[in-house]
Design a protein around this ligand. Sequence first.
Ligand SMILES: CC(C)(COP(=O)(O)OP(=O)(O)OC[C@H]1O[C@@H](n2cnc3c(N)ncnc32)[C@H](O)[C@@H]1OP(=O)(O)O)[C@@H](O)C(=O)NCCC(=O)NCCS
Length: 168
Amino acid sequence: MELLIRAVRPQDAEGIVNILNPIIEAGEDTVLDAPLTVEEEREFIVNFPGRGVFHVAERREDSKIVGFLSLEPFASYTHVFDHVAVMGTYVDLSLRRRGIGKCLASAAFEVALRNGFEKVFTYIRARNTEALAFYLGLGFRIVGTAHRQVKIDGKYEDETIVEKFLSV
Ligand SMILES: CC(C)(COP(=O)(O)OP(=O)(O)OC[C@H]1O[C@@H](n2cnc3c(N)ncnc32)[C@H](O)[C@@H]1OP(=O)(O)O)[C@@H](O)C(=O)NCCC(=O)NCCS
């Protein structure tokens, strides 16, 4: 599959929601707990931080959005974390293990470095061993476990925290 990795546009909101909502509804991988409307996603895109990186993977043959990655500053209340980004990667449920996530990540890391980020931090639900394998494969290392970090329907879950230093 030939992919075009490019910056997101407001009109990609529908394609993004079409990927994200089935993942939210499956309830296993993400901490997002309510489906998003196209309008909410459009607002999110429009207001995305300027230093952040928000890319989509577009399948060249039919221009369908098949994945996306957002990487944004870790915090905005202080400058001491300005070199740290947090990221999330989402690929269409039916198109996994074809290298889409990896393509999105390598493009995003290049832009992130140019935008002044030096490291990327992310949180993964402990049950999401697929995402952990994905991030470890990208060169992330496990920082540790945040115990009972997630509470869904009264049930606790741990989260695994991972980090990666970006390099030229
Ligand atoms: C995690 C996710 C983004 C990976 O996307 P993907 O396009 O399927 O990943 P890739 O095909 O680029 O995989 C790259 C490598 O990561 C590892 N990997 C990815 N998915 C894996 C899985 N299910 N099991 C084991 N290893 C996996 C492998 O090493 C893989 O290389 P290989 O296929 O040559 O063995 C995708 O599974 C997803 O969208 N998950 C739901 C959302 C989510 O949990 N996001 C992460 C939290 S923000």
